[in-house]
Design a protein around this ligand. Structure first.
Ligand SMILES: [Fe+2]
Length: 355
């Protein structure tokens, strides 16, 4: 049956051997039936509160300071993006945001970012610009601490997910990338229900762990085509599977479409999504080997409407050499201002695909 609300998963159950199996069963049900869940007792409550409290100050920084850390200052798709500069589902999103990554260095295989002989997707990984302490004291430290806590939490969750799918607990780890990502997002209030961010599946990673404030606006599509609100639950993360995860499970655990409706006039929504990444050099061959391994291990979902037999090709089209190239193509389409500066020579090839 199609879901009408998102299940709540209590991570504390994993700490006690007498309740761990119950947690694994609930987790498997959430993955197969919904693709979304609330995670509580996750251990990052303090850091999450501190970062969310800082959000109004972060966005109140002057335009001049924001532009100094703009996404257009680097080829790694990290930094500040002003309202209306990003597109989803061919429409402009009404949100303002700062993007960060867990990488502190450029890809070691491409130390010289001006070297055009290396594949261009190797330029995606690199350090993030931060508002300096002189502008917002303690900002960088808070964000970096949060990212490293989330790196640990998402790896722990991937281990439990592996177990609940009857795989080895480290079965998914070889697919994790080197640069997990974090966004600080502000959705301003607007007149009519505008597109905060349009309907989409998360394309770029394995899992998304979203910290949202008490405003609401996130909606999740069930298999009957109804939009189910992901109402705010205190001290929780909203977790969902991204298309990389769907591909690695052969479509048995599908990524679920979602959207954000802008808040009403005078109300601001803040949210902080964290994306655990897929390794950029992942190829279709590697996905197919993983599918050989999971064949017969992961149970089939009971809701056949949620089964997506095209999972790996939707995630990684055979026309791209690896996930890094497919990911770069998506970034170029979403952030055309960055592409015009840093990916001049190759951008037209990818933009032509969506004209
Ligand atoms: Fe999303």
């Amino acid at each position: 049956m199609s879901f009408k609300s998102l299940p709540i998963i209590d991570l504390a159950l994993a700490d006690d051997p007498s309740t761990k199996q119950e947690l694994l069963d609930r987790l498997a049900d959430a993955l197969f039936r919904v693709g979304f869940l609330y995670l509580v007792n996750h251990g990052v409550e303090k850091e999450a509160d501190e970062l969310m409290e800082l959000m109004p100050e972060v966005f109140a920084v002057s335009d001049e300071e924001k532009q100094k850390v703009a996404m257009t200052t680097n080829p790694h798709f990290v930094g500040y993006t002003k309202l209306g500069a990003e597109m989803t589902a061919r429409a402009v999103d009404q949100r303002e945001q700062f993007d960060f990554g867990s990488a502190t260095e450029v890809d070691p295989l491409n130390p010289d970012v001006s070297d055009k002989t290396n594949p261009q997707w190797r330029r995606i990984q690199g350090p993030s610009p931060y508002l300096p302490d002189s502008v917002l004291p303690g900002f960088r430290k808070k964000v970096e601490t949060y990212i490293s806590k989330m790196d640990r939490l998402s790896n722990r969750l991937l281990g439990l997910i592996g177990e609940c799918l009857k795989l080895d607990s480290d079965a998914l780890m070889p697919f994790v990338g080197r640069m997990n990502r974090l966004k600080l997002v502000k959705y301003p209030g607007s007149e009519e229900n505008k597109q905060g961010v349009g309907p989409h599946k998360d394309s770029s990673g394995l899992l998304t762990l979203l910290l949202q404030d008490s405003v609401g606006g996130l909606e999740v599509l069930n298999s009957d085509g109804e939009w189910v609100p992901a109402k705010p639950v205190p001290n929780s993360f909203v977790v969902n599977m991204a298309q990389g995860f769907e591909a690695l499970t052969g479509g048995r655990c599908t990524a679920t479409s979602h959207r954000v409706i802008s808040p009403p006039p005078g109300v601001t929504r803040y949210s902080i999504p964290y994306f655990s990444s897929v390794r950029l050099d992942l190829t279709l061959d590697m996905i197919n080997k993983q599918l050989d391994y999971i064949q017969g291990r992961i149970p089939e979902p009971t809701d056949q409407k949620r089964r997506n037999n095209q999972a790996s090709t939707e995630f990684l089209d055979p026309k791209y050499s690896c996930f890094g190239e497919a990911h770069l193509r998506n970034r170029i389409i979403s952030h055309r201002d960055v592409a015009a500066i840093w990916y001049k020579d190759i951008k037209d090839k990818y933009l032509a695909e969506v004209l």
